[in-house]
Each structure stands twice: as structure tokens, then as C-alpha cells.
Ligand binder design. Structure first.
Ligand code: AMP
Ligand code: GLY
Length: 436
């Protein structure tokens, strides 16, 4: 079967690898010269932007007899690429534009949960201008989060006490959004631990993946700006050390009810990966956000653990017969190598040199880098490469991941080494103990 992978990060690198392992022929659409994807693809098609290339990409797929497309990033989903492929009779893993609103509009998602009485949201209010902002922030006792209501690569969210330290700073951020013609949501700041629960979804049935924890803050100790994600871990039992079984069940049930709500409200089947970003709080599991795609870096952990044929899963998603899927009973740890300053002012001239000995311990997936004519790999302003390892415990996987990372050299690079180390895991467990 001929598959097209849209997207050129580490998530798409592992998607292409898994498809190849299933015996599929892989074609890919790239926005950077990702060496991993180039090596795995029979043919690549380079575009500068998804915004202006939809018809060329559809033509490329038709000419090459593509049978199924896996869309990695949110931008093409937001621009209705799935709709356009289905219109040409090509199956797609990734929701249509209307359903992708679950990610593209935080306000839409909060309203959907309300309408279908899925009680998982913090208090929230949508805003188009400054009217009522001050009052609402006071109503939330100055414990609030301001979210740009659109796509900003995980960087449009500012949390009181962390990124916004006064009412003036909050109003300034709202003004900035308004001046860019945006709208925003202000919501109650939740206290707890975050985790993600992703489900393969065919529009009716869901197959849940192991729970996983990403690290959104740029720097060690969970401080600094929000990023696309610096690294993730998952545990042997497919839960997380700070979660109760009932909380995993609650998250699964929210995904199931949201999939039904999406179908009821749009009449359209959500076919793809439904990514629930949750926080477990004193009052149970709350929704932070939905994504309409595989998480990145979460995909590196979960697809490494996947113990079923990935091409068949994609086919089942498209053909309405997804069943329970199997994942290895192992822990996994993934850490990203990024340019110094990623999240605020990334170093422009960082370089990456990968020594193949990393493969003794781990796998490496290239992200937003470019393979140059002379064989050198240069970074961009985004994440550069992800190293993932599995093990019989989180610590074993973490140690193997670090051994793999030691084979990646370069200048002006940064890694959050604290991710999945025993001290940070203990901090999470202790945090939940003080909250419950
Ligand atoms: P989002 O892009 O909505 O996932 O938000 C990015 C990050 O901001 C999340 O991973 C959380 O760390 C934080 N965040 C978002 N919403 C809330 C909330 N209501 N309460 C506390 N933290 C939040
Ligand atoms: N890792 C979070 C995301 O993919 O948005």
C-alpha cells in the first residue's frame, strides 16, 4: 500500500519508519530537509508552506496513486487537507477541518464539552476584546491562564504567577492578541499534574494508548516558556507513577464522550488520533486541551511501544473498524535535543552531529533540521532531534536514553536532562500527595 506522510518532524520520521516496517511504500511532504524522512521515502515533495501548497500536494498524491495519507502536524489539518484528500477518494488518518477545531479553537472545545455535559473543564470565558477581562481575572482570584484562541505551536498560553506576574502584564498580553486580530480564552488555573491520553479513533470506536507525560516548559525544573514539548516518559503498566487507575479510566471516558459529541454536533466522523491533554487535580481529571493529531514527542514513545502493525491501524481508522491495540509492557523515555534558547530566542547557527553508536541504546528521530549538500545537518529555530529508549523501568529507559544522547554532539544545543530522572518523578508523586 502506498502511504503519504505529511510533515517533516521527528513525529513524521517515526510514522514513516513504522509504516515501512509494515511493508508500506512511503512518500512524504517535507517543509525541511529531514534526513530520516528522506532516507525512508521513495519520493519526497518539498513545500515552503502548507498555506499555499494544498493543490500541488493533492496533485502529487493523485499522480503517485497514494492510497492513504497520515497527517502529522496541526497546520494542514486546520487548513482542511483531510477534506481535500477524501474528496479525491484518498483515505486519511487525521480529522477534517471542522473536526480539527478540537485543537484549533480552545473556545470551541470548551463550549463542546459544556454542550454535551462533559464535566471536565475549569471555569472559563471567551473574549474578543478587553471588556470584562479585569473583572473576570478578579473573579478567578488572580489564578488564571490566558490562551490565544488559535494555533501557536503550544506557545500561546500564559499562566499567572509564571508568565504573567501582574494584572498589567495580563492586560498587555490580551492587547497583544487583540492587536493581532485574535480572540482569547481566560480560564481558571488548575493545580495538579499533567498527563496525556491519546486514542486511535475511527469516528465511533476508540483504541486507547498508554498514558504519557510530556514536559512543556523549556528549562529544567519545569520553568521557562511553554514549548512544543521537551520530552516524555511512559511507564510499564501504561499508567503513570502519580495516577490512579480510576483517573486513567476517567480520561478514557472523556475521550470517548468527546468523540461521540463531535459526531453528534458535526455529523462527521473523527478519523485520526484524538489527543487529550489532562490534569489530575483534587477534583478529578480536568481537560487542559485537545490536539487533533499525534503528540510530538509523545509519538516517539508510543509508536516505539506499539506492538501491532501500524499500517493496518491506519487502514482501520479510515475504514471504521479500529480494535483494541497492543503496546509493549515496557517503560519509555524520549528527550529532545533543541537549539539553545528554544522557546524564546533560539540559537540560529547550532549544528548537530550524530554518531551511529546511539543505536546501541536508543533510536534517534530527526526533527526540524536540514540535510545540506555537504552532508552536514543544520538546525532551525525549532527542535532538532529526539532520542527514545525503552526499558523494564522508567529509570532503565532514562539511562539508555541518556547513553543515546551522548552520541549527539554539536554546538549551541540544549537538552532537559531532568526529564524522567527519579528526582523529577518523585517530585510529581509528592505533589499529587499534597493535593489529594
Ligand atoms: P495548552 O497549549 O492549552 O496545552 O497549554 C500549555 C500549557 O499551559 C499546559 O501544558 C499547562 O502546563 C498550562 N495550562 C494550560 N491550561 C491550564 C490551566 N487551565 N491550568 C493550569 N495550567 C494550564
Ligand atoms: N507534545 C505536545 C504536542 O504535541 O502538542
Amino acid at each position: 500500500m502506498k502511504f503519504l506522510v505529511v510533515g517533516s518532524g521527528a513525529r513524521e520520521h517515526i510514522i514513516a519508519k513504522k509504516l515501512k516496517e509494515s511493508g508500506a511504500r512511503v512518500y512524504s511532504i517535507l517543509t525541511t530537509q529531514n534526513p530520516g524522512l528522506i532516507a525512508l521515502s521513495e519520493k519526497t515533495f518539498f513545500v515552503n508552506s502548507y498555506l499555499t501548497s494544498k493543490s500541488e500536494i493533492i496533485d502529487f498524491s493523485v499522480v503517485n496513486d497514494i492510497e492513504c495519507v497520515v497527517i502529522g502536524p496541526e497546520d494542514p489539518l486546520a487548513q482542511g487537507y483531510a477534506d481535500a484528500f477524501w474528496n479525491k477518494g484518498i483515505s486519511v488518518v487525521g480529522p477534517t477541518r471542522i473536526l480539527a477545531q478540537i485543537e484549533t479553537s480552545k473556545g470551541y472545545t470548551r463550549d463542546l464539552l459544556n454542550k454535551y455535559q462533559i464535566d471536565a473543564s475549569p471555569k472559563y470565558k471567551r473574549f474578543k476584546n478587553l471588556e470584562g477581562v479585569e473583572e473576570y481575572i478578579r473573579h478567578l482570584s488572580n489564578e488564571y491562564v490566558i490562551k490565544f484562541d488559535g494555533l501557536m505551536g503550544g506557545k500561546g498560553v500564559k499562566v499567572s504567577g509564571e508568565h504573567l506576574n501582574s494584572l498589567e502584564e495580563a492586560i498587555d498580553y490580551c492587547r497583544q492578541i487583540i492587536s493581532n486580530k485574535g480572540t482569547f480564552v481566560i480560564e481558571e488555573k488548575l493545580i495538579g499534574e499533567e498527563f496525556s491520553l491519546m486514542s486511535f479513533c475511527d469516528g465511533k470506536n476508540l483504541a486507547h494508548m498508554p498514558a504519557i507525560q510530556d514536559h512543556k516548559r523549556a528549562y529544567e525544573g519545569d520553568v521557562g516558556p511553554n514549548t512544543g514539548g521537551m520530552g516524555c516518559y511512559s511507564d510499564v503498566n501504561h499508567s503513570l507513577p502519580f495516577l490512579r487507575d480510576s483517573e486513567i479510566e476517567e480520561a478514557r471516558s472523556i475521550n470517548e464522550r468527546v468523540s461521540s459529541a463531535l459526531f453528534e454536533s458535526t455529523g462527521d466522523k473523527y478519523k485520526g488520533i484524538l489527543y487529550g491533554g489532562f490534569m489530575v487535580t483534587r477534583d478529578g481529571v480536568k481537560l487542559i486541551e485537545y490536539n487533533a493529531r499525534f503528540g510530538d514527542p509523545e509519538a516517539m514513545n508510543l509508536l516505539t511501544l506499539l506492538d501491532d502493525d501500524f499500517a493496518s491501524i491506519c487502514y482501520s481508522i479510515a475504514n471504521n473498524n479500529i480494535n483494541e491495540t497492543n503496546f509493549l509492557k515496557e517503560a519509555s523515555v524520549c528527550k529532545y535535543v533543541v537549539p539553545e534558547g528554544y522557546g524564546s530566542t533560539p540559537a540560529k547557527d547550532a549544528t548537530l552531529v550524530v554518531n551511529d553508536s546511539h543505536s546501541n541504546h536508543s533510536d534517534l528521530y530527526y526533527a526540524a533540521v536540514n540535510l545540506c549538500d555537504d552532508g552536514k545537518i543544520t538546525t532551525t529555530s525549532s527542535r532538532a532531534a529526539a532520542v527514545v529508549a525503552t526499558g523494564k523501568s522508567i529509570s532503565e529507559a532514562e539511562e539508555k536514553c541518556e547513553l543515546g544522547l551522548s552520541s549527539v554532539k554539536g554546538n549551541k544545543l540544549f537538552i532537559r536532562h531532568d526529564i524522567a530522572k527519579p528526582a523529577l518523578i518523585k517530585k510529581r508523586i509528592d505533589h499529587m500527595e499534597t493535593i489529594r
